[in-house]
Design a protein around this ligand. Structure first.
Ligand SMILES: Nc1ncnc2c1ncn2[C@@H]1O[C@H](COP(=O)(O)OP(=O)(O)OP(=O)(O)O)[C@@H](O)[C@H]1O
Length: 244
């Protein structure tokens, strides 16, 4: 059997005195869509940082496809779709340019695009239904369209693992439906997708499995089981059993 796409083993992360992750463990197999569910501050973004090798765990270990996460990220195996708030939208970039960034890891130092790069960008734009907006400045798009641009960047990158931070917050219905279809298709073609969200409505249709977070993964099961009210209460009640 092949290695899991993601193995997070007993990972603890602190920022100064703040404990962001406390012995978190999660295994996601290749070809799955996993939803990470938890309140603001429950450690979802920190888990992503650990998965990308951007924070050094105090304890524990992360493996992506059996290798070190920073190596895996640098070799382009991981694509990240950030929360909208963390991006400077005034920067004058066309939609096509942002998607083309997904190809940088495959280009020479001069970043001269080859036909294969242009084809990959065109296909990714088509998949997220943004072909007609390819020449627009990214700052002129709606929130949902911007998210789709980043999903297209990840597709153009041909990353094996796609991490999405709150992809549905402030997103129109069309963008949500398009992204759901695209992400399901990614999983069907052997890619692995992890989505951090506190939007529970999308989870049933989108995810094969769900992990409930409260500084650690307190439950990892089918969306049906995880979304039972008594289980959600563990993660969404400040005094719930998930918090110590
Ligand atoms: N750079 C940082 N410096 C100090 N504390 C931080 C830093 N980043 C996150 N934290 C804290 O770590 C904890 C976990 O934050 P994290 O961003 O991982 O949670 P989250 O579940 O992604 O939240 P949100 O849904 O609001 O993005 C929170 O208490 C947060 O305030």
């Amino acid at each position: 059997m092949s290695e899991p796409a993601v193995e997070v083993m007993d990972v603890s992360v602190r920022y100064g005195d703040v404990v962001a992750l406390d012995s978190a463990s999660l295994v996601v197999e290749t070809g799955r869509v996993c939803a990470l569910i938890g309140m603001n501050g429950s450690g979802k973004s920190t888990l992503f940082k650990a998965v990308m090798g951007l924070v050094r765990p105090r304890t524990g270990q992360v493996r992506l496809f059996g290798t070190d996460p920073a190596t895996s990220r640098r070799s382009g195996e991981v694509a990240y779709v950030p929360q909208a708030e963390t991006v400077d939208w005034t920067f004058p970039l066309r939609v096509r340019d942002v998607v083309a960034m997904g190809r940088y890891g495959r280009m020479s130092a001069l970043r001269r695009s080859r036909p294969a790069d242009r084809t990959a960008v065109a296909q990714a734009l088509h998949q997220v239904e943004l072909t007609e907006l390819a020449e627009r400045q990214i700052g002129e798009l709606s929130g949902g369209q911007r998210k789709r641009v980043f999903v297209a960047r990840g597709i153009a990158q041909e990353a094996r693992l796609l991490l999405l931070d709150e992809p549905f917050s402030g997103v129109d219905k069309r963008s949500e439906a398009t992204m759901t279809d695209v992400l399901r298709e990614r999983a069907a073609t052997g890619h692995t997708v992890i989505i951090a969200t506190h939007d529970l409505t999308a989870v049933h249709e989108l995810a094969d499995e769900a992990a409930l977070m409260h500084k650690r993964v307190i439950m990892h099961a089918s969306p049906r089981d995880v979304l039972r009210p008594e289980n959600l209460a563990l993660a969404f009640t400040p005094s719930g059993a998930g918090q110590e």
